[in-house]
Design a protein. Structure first.
Length: 345
């Protein structure tokens, strides 16, 4: 995100081209390089298989304007033991979460441009990541095939749901995330730029997404805002349905309904503790939203979602999708956290 705010995108793409590097972002910098042939998506807990495979082959990692927190670093397992160069405009940000071998204090765009000017040209033989074969392999990677969908008769796999939503939602969109296990869907729903993405997971607190989405929708009325929220966080803040209707906000709510506090459910399961307090009944939120004036739909299959293409492509008024998702599917960061705990017991 720091690199995006510094306007460093073009300089970083040119630096990657000159050095033979590939490009990844933190979650908050998501899709900064979307569509670029060197793009490998998100680093860390939201990585896909191709990103992890190529990162494991790196001989140096250079970071511009990213904090390198636990999720970005997969609790320390995201990058191999190679030199780490960390560039940030604020010295205190470097080493806050992850120790760097070399700290460079400076603006992301300025430092990238200075490096471009200082570094010599490299031959094709010195750029193994940029061979035609490697770039073709990256281009052929399909994130929709990065998992085996696990639908049930009454629920959908949240990852497959994300892949379909990416196709159906308006291309120009703001995406706001609440917090929870459903954040595993983040890699599958793209945004036009990091400026179109808002993550509200502060101190692992849930329930902050709805208020944020209202603000984004009010401030950017010309672009639909999509709120992706779990049923636990939604139950805490669902009175804001009235606000969305009263203000006639361009808001689409994607409710990831697993009938549970999903993160707590999986944390308890990992510790072999009783899970009863983390689950609750299957609430029919569509009926509630309709009473406030939303166009509301219950989704239990991908076909039911695909049938809403005309509604989602050109939304007319606030929409709520009560998506019944398979609670058995844990986000990758759940397993990473468990491994981190096991290493430090």
């Amino acid at each position: 995100m720091g690199a995006h705010r510094a306007g460093a995108k073009a300089a970083l793409e040119a630096l990657a081209d000159k050095t033979g590097a590939l490009l990844m972002t933190s979650a908050r910098g998501k899709d900064m390089f979307h569509g670029h042939p060197y793009n490998l998506g998100i680093l860390g807990s939201f990585s896909h298989a191709m990103g992890r495979r190529m990162m494991d082959q790196s001989d140096c990692v250079m970071v511009f304007g990213a904090g390198l927190n636990f999720l970005t670093m997969s609790f320390g397992a995201a990058i191999p033991p190679v030199p780490l160069i960390h560039v940030d405009s604020v010295r205190a940000h470097i080493g806050r979460w992850t120790t760097a071998d070399l700290a460079v204090v400076g603006d992301a765009r300025v430092v990238a441009e200075q490096l471009l000017a200082a570094l010599p040209e490299r031959t094709a033989a010195d750029k193994p990541f940029h061979t035609a074969e490697t770039l073709a392999t990256i281009a052929a990677f399909d994130i929709a095939r990065d998992f085996k969908a696990a639908h049930t008769p009454r629920t959908v796999d949240p990852r497959a749901l994300g892949v379909e939503l990416d196709k159906l939602l308006p291309r120009e969109r703001n995406i706001v995330y609440d917090a929870g296990n459903f954040l595993g869907v983040l890699p599958y729903v793209t945004v036009p730029s990091p400026a179109h993405l808002k993550m509200t997971s502060e101190f692992a607190s849930i329930g902050l997404g709805f208020g944020t989405a209202l603000g984004v929708a009010k401030g950017r009325p010309g672009t639909p805002t999509v709120l992706i929220i779990g049923d636990g966080g939604f139950l805490m803040t669902m009175s804001e349905l009235e606000t969305a209707i009263r203000e006639d906000l361009p808001l689409i709510i994607v409710l990831m309904n697993d009938c549970a506090y999903g993160a707590e459910l999986h944390f308890l399961a990992m510790r072999k503790l009783p899970m009863g307090k983390s689950v609750f009944p299957d609430v029919e939120f569509a009926s509630v939203a309709e009473a406030f004036g939303f166009q509301a739909y219950t989704i239990r299959t991908l076909d039911e979602l695909r049938a809403l293409r005309p509604v989602l492509e050109k939304p007319d008024g606030p929409i709520l999708l009560d998506c019944k998702v398979n609670a058995e599917i844990a986000a990758p960061f759940m397993g990473e956290f468990a491994e981190f705990e096991a290493r430090h017991q």
